[in-house]
Write a new protein. Structure first.
Length: 301
């Protein structure tokens, strides 16, 4: 069986069930009102969840290259069809620089990124990327455009930032940007999403007693694990974590990441962490396919 991980303990199986975005991970819901209103949910929701584990916190989502890429993109992996996007976020989009830690931090924002935001999402790119990746409206199946729209239409802010170092310096720069945004929007909840190698920064933020206080959640999209998380004291701070991985990821093996999820759940069974495994998905699939509204509503709620 492909999912040896899923047979390690009793699983609740949802074979062939079509689930709406509001239901897919609702089993661990808090009962709070949803922070983000629906936006193109029919297009972006998970079409088929094939297996569930840990009371729905670990799910396997069917990824179809034909349906989810070829039928979705006008130009494969380059340009999504127009019905997946809205250019409303462009009206408030801009670039800025922040001086901190003796360096200049270049970033972009849309929505209420200049102040008054109810919630803030910051995207961290991986190796070889830049701040423009997370502002690209038409790549990755329009999923970056969706998160921009979710924030703009719900009084939030969305930012992307250039990362030149994935160690202590890069982490300190992202923390400085978060602190600055918190000054502009003191009441805002903050979620940081990290793609691929950018996940190192997400782990660093959540491991830090100082930085983790600024966070209401992190998303790891095709990112590596961080074994030091288990001994960092982070388990007691309960910052929500989402991990998305493709089974055909050749950069970071999905079983390695899934077993790390199991380690966390073994150490702290009630820790707020969720894992979505995209069956036949590759390294970039979690960025394309993760249901932003579903995950953010869980974290912000």
């Amino acid at each position: 069986m492909l999912y040896r991980f899923l047979t390690a303990r009793p699983a609740r199986v949802a074979q062939g069930i079509l689930l709406s975005a509001a239901v897919t991970l609702a089993s661990a819901g808090t009962g709070h009102a949803e922070a983000l209103k629906p936006y193109k949910d029919r297009l972006f929701r998970y079409k088929k969840v094939t297996e569930t584990l840990y009371n729905g916190d670990f799910i396997v989502v069917e990824y179809s290259k034909q349906r989810d890429l070829r039928d979705r993109d006008e130009v494969d992996e380059r340009r999504v069809y127009g019905n997946y996007v809205s250019y409303k976020p462009k009206r408030g989009r801009g670039s800025a620089e922040l001086s901190a830690n003796g360096r200049t931090i270049s970033y972009m924002g849309t929505g209420k990124w200049k102040g008054g935001a109810k919630a803030i999402v910051i995207y961290i790119h991986g190796q070889g990327g830049n701040r423009f990746q997370g502002m690209n409206d038409v790549s990755f199946g329009g999923n970056f455009n969706r998160v921009q729209n979710l924030m703009v239409r719900n009084g939030g802010a969305y930012l992307t930032v250039d990362i030149k170092d994935f160690g202590k310096r890069g982490t300190a720069d992202v923390a400085a940007l978060i602190q600055y945004q918190k000054q502009l929007s003191p009441g805002a909840k903050v979620v940081v999403a990290c793609g691929s190698m950018g996940g190192i920064i997400c782990w660093n933020l959540v491991k830090s007693a100082q930085y983790s206080r600024l966070l209401n959640g992190i998303l790891l999209l095709g990112s590596p694990k961080d074994p030091n998380f288990l001994s960092s004291g982070a388990l007691s701070r309960n910052v929500p974590i989402y991990m998305g991985q493709g089974t055909l990821d050749r950069v970071y093996n999905w079983e390695t990441q899934a077993n790390f999820y199991k380690q966390i759940k073994s150490r702290a069974p009630n820790y707020p962490i969720r894992f979505t495994l995209f069956d036949t998905g590759t390294h970039g699939t979690p960025i394309r396919m993760t249901d932003w509204r579903l995950v953010l509503n869980w974290m912000l709620g």
